[in-house]
Every structure is written in C-alpha cells, then in structure tokens.
Design a protein around this ligand. Structure first.
Ligand SMILES: Nc1ncnc2c1ncn2[C@@H]1O[C@H](COP(=O)(O)OP(=O)(O)OP(=O)(O)O)[C@@H](O)[C@H]1O
Ligand SMILES: [Mg+2]
Length: 290
C-alpha cells in the first residue's frame, strides 16, 4: 500500500519551509545526445523525436532538474521545450507514493511489478509518470490556464510516442528562456501581480478538482508580466486520500517561497484565499482542434 503522507517537516507558520535536497543525477549533456563521429544522433529519444518530425533541431541543454533534463529545440511550430525524464536507474520513484495513493491499477501483474520495483515495473511507473504530465498539461491548457502549450497530442496514442520526453512550447525565447519566479528580482508592484496570478492559478486548478503537488516559485515561470505554471506529473485529484494535505502543503510552499519577494501571507491565509477564489469563475477554455 502507498505510504500516507504526513506534514512532518513542514512549518505551518512563518518559518522557512524545510525540504530535503535532492541532488541531480544522470544529467545528459547535449554532446551525448547529438551527433557522434559518424554523424548519427547518439541518443535514441532525440533520434525518435527527429524521425517522427516532432523536432527539427536540438539547440541546447537548458536545465538539469531533479526529475528530468530540459532541452531547447526547434520545430515547425516554433521553439520547443523538450523535457526528458531520467534514466530508470537514476530515478527511485520512492517519493511517488503520496501522489499515487488512491490510484486503482486493475492489472494485478502490473501492480505487483510496480510494487516490487522490478525492471518492468519501473518502466511502467516511468511511462505512467510521463503520460500523466502530458495528460495534465492538456487538461489545464484546454481549460484555459496559464501553462505551456503541449506540442504533441491531444490524442493519447500520439503523445505516447514521445515517452520519456514531454514536448511543450518554450516560454520566453531561445536567447532568453523565461526565468523561474524563484530566481528573479521583482519590484513590489510586480511581486503583487505575480502573487495574485500564482494564487489564482492554484484556485483555477482547485476548481477543476486538482492540486499541483509541487507548487512554489520553483515551478512558476515569469515572462512579460505573466506567471506560467509548469511541472505537472504529480498533479492529484480528490481520488487521492492525501488531497487536502497536498493542498495545504502547496499553499504553504507558495507563501514561503514568495517571502523573498516581500509577500507576507501565511500558508493558512493563502489556502483560505485559494478556496474562496476556487468558488468563482474560471478562465475561458481554449478550443483545441485535432
Ligand atoms: N515550457 C518551458 N519553457 C521554458 N522553460 C521551461 C519550460 N518548462 C520547464 N522549463 C525549465 O526547465 C526546468 C525544469 O523543468 P521542470 O520543473 O518541469 O522539471 P523538474 O525535473 O521538476 O525540474 P526541477 O527539479 O528544477 O523542478 C524549469 O525549472 C524551467 O527552468
Ligand atoms: Mg520543477
């Protein structure tokens, strides 16, 4: 059974949030991914994306995060952010239980393989995790939220073909990708705008029945006065028994991470405001033609 989540280690008041640091591993350099001496593309994921026509060129490595490495690429649709999830061997999935709680896996053999972390089980977990990010991205994009446009899909079979990569529109430009709110300096007026948008974004997700699960300035981009929410594999629904705890944790993370911008809301105040706004009207949905 998946472990229940506890709020241990999370402050409810004004102190900084404590969180375990996870060191990035298995970072893949651009040189490992692109042409080798024979002129062939060395990395099979990139080669597949090129062959399928989802990208025409890989430009640079953007960032190596705890879950995945992100790259900048080009396609006929414009600049693409390619998020490639880590190799299975570098990813433990040991913290996934809190997000996966409440999920029903009808195939008992698959459930056993995942629980026992066999090679096959890990592959299934990886596949689900990446597919979840696409599915959530599409849901939120179609509902009109401020998230990057997914660039493959919405047909599930189509985006399944890019796993372990997720392709979305690059926020910002090739020369200047959008920074995260955790790494910019804002005027007090900008900080207020960013805060309002971030709270609204969380409320918009709640109205749809979602909690982000890792909501803080580390997963909010800031571009031309707008907040864009990223990083969705762990999004949970009310089916998850940890839903309310995750919501509370997100409110706490959001308010704590905004302190450096001079915004002084407690987690509790933030949660109340998010719940209040979730009762109100949401954004205009986007019509996505296949
Ligand atoms: N659509 C996008 N446009 C521009 N930059 C992006 C986009 N998506 C992700 N990034 C950049 O890539 C980084 C990693 O992406 P993401 O947060 O989805 O993955 P992660 O593995 O969880 O990384 P982290 O551990 O940094 O949170 C982000 O912090 C951001 O800087
Ligand atoms: Mg992230």
């Amino acid at each position: 059974m998946s472990p229940r989540f506890s709020l241990e280690g999370w402050d409810d008041g004004d102190q900084r949030l404590r969180r375990k640091k996870i060191r990035p591993q298995a970072r893949r350099k651009l040189s490992d991914l692109t042409a080798d001496e024979s002129g062939e593309v060395a990395d099979d994921v990139i080669r597949r994306l090129l062959n399928l026509g989802h990208i025409s060129e890989l430009v640079s490595e953007l960032k190596s995060g705890k879950e995945a490495t992100t790259y900048l690429a080009r396609s006929e649709k414009g600049s693409v952010l390619v998020k490639i999830y880590r190799d299975l061997s570098a990813r433990s999935f040991k913290n996934d239980g809190i997000y996966r709680a409440g999920q029903v896996i009808t195939d008992q053999r698959a459930a056993r393989a995942m629980a026992n972390r066999t090679r096959k089980g890990l592959e299934m977990l990886q596949f689900d995790w990446v597919m979840a990010e696409y599915a959530h991205l599409w849901q939120l994009w179609q509902a009109g939220l401020s998230v990057p446009e997914p660039l493959v899909g919405p047909n599930v079979k189509t985006y399944a073909g890019t796993v372990p990569a997720v392709l979305m529109r690059l926020i910002g430009t090739e020369d200047e990708p959008a920074p995260r709110l955790s790494e910019v300096r804002l005027t007090s007026c900008e900080a207020q705008q960013a805060w309002q948008q971030a709270v609204q974004g969380m409320a918009d997700m709640l109205r749809l029945g979602y909690v982000h699960g890792d909501y803080s300035t580390y997963n909010l981009l800031w571009w031309q006065g707008s907040v864009v929410i990223i990083d969705f594999p762990q999004l949970s629904t009310r089916q998850n028994p940890n839903f309310d705890l995750l919501l509370r944790r997100d409110a706490q993370s959001l308010s704590s991470s905004f302190r450096r911008h001079g915004v002084q809301w407690t987690g509790e105040q933030t949660l109340r405001e998010v719940r209040r706004r979730a009762q109100g009207a949401g954004p205009e949905p986007r019509l996505c033609l296949p």
